[in-house]
Design a binder for this molecule. Structure first.
Ligand code: DC
Length: 219
């Protein structure tokens, strides 16, 4: 008998920035009628709150003191931080440059991991996307994916979305990958049992269909 039949379905998606995780995750959630949680937006929201308070992102003790106090409300389209709409601000340059440091703070990680688990319990499952979802947050998820693509392709996709110079964007992607994969706490890594999906040269629909087939096989 399948012991998982009555467990809420969690699909864990990890991978580097710009690999297509969000687009794929949202499309999957839609197709399966599940909620979608972008945990990167939570780390960005925390970074915004830290900056708003004038705290240096790398100040371990001060960031740790702030983290439990920050209110973050996330729905499908908006992110509110301490009651203020920060949807655009969390995608801005200041937050993007500071977020890796805030995300490396172990207290920030503890606070947000607990909130992510609560979100999934409250929503009866979901598609959850980030860097440590299959390794730390939901290591027992029935389907764990590591979505990746070459740095060049990731840079080209980003430039198509928001503009910029492709060489510069590629260099910044490589720098952020290095930081995220080498940090001490919950580094970005392929979780045990994760299926690697390389989206280089694949259309989003193809990726989603492929993942739905993988899901069928786990059931
Ligand atoms: O997915 P994103 O680029 O919006 O994520 C922003 C940053 O947050 C990124 O530098 C990695 C970090 N992050 C993390 O450490 N753990 C997660 N579960 C999600 C994101």
């Amino acid at each position: 008998m399948n012991e998982r039949v009555n467990e809420p379905l969690v699909i864990a998606i990890d991978g580097p920035a710009g690999a297509g995780k969000s687009t794929v995750g949202r499309a999957l959630a839609d197709r399966l009628g599940l909620g979608y949680l972008d945990t990167g937006a939570m780390y960005r929201a925390m970074t915004f709150a830290v900056q708003q308070r004038g705290v240096a992102e790398g100040d371990l003790a001060d960031v740790a003191a702030v983290a439990p106090l920050v209110s973050i409300e996330i729905d499908d389209t908006r992110v509110c931080v301490d009651g203020v709409d920060a949807t655009e601000a969390i995608r801005g340059r200041d937050v993007t440059e500071g977020v890796s440091q805030v995300a490396a703070n172990p207290v920030v990680r503890d606070v947000l991991v607990e909130r992510q688990r609560t979100w999934v319990t409250d929503h009866g499952g979901g598609v959850v996307e980030g860097r440590d979802i299959g390794s730390v947050v939901f290591p027992d998820a029935p389907l764990k994916l590591y979505i990746t693509a070459s740095p060049r392709v990731r840079a080209e996709r980003r430039v198509n979305q928001v503009g910029g110079d492709v060489d510069e964007v590629e260099a910044s992607i490589i720098k952020r990958d290095r930081f995220d994969t080498s940090r001490e706490h919950s580094p970005l890594t392929e979780a045990t049992g994760a299926v690697v999906v390389d989206t280089t040269g694949m259309a989003i629909d193809e990726v989603v269909d492929h993942i739905l087939e993988l899901l069928e096989r786990t059931r």
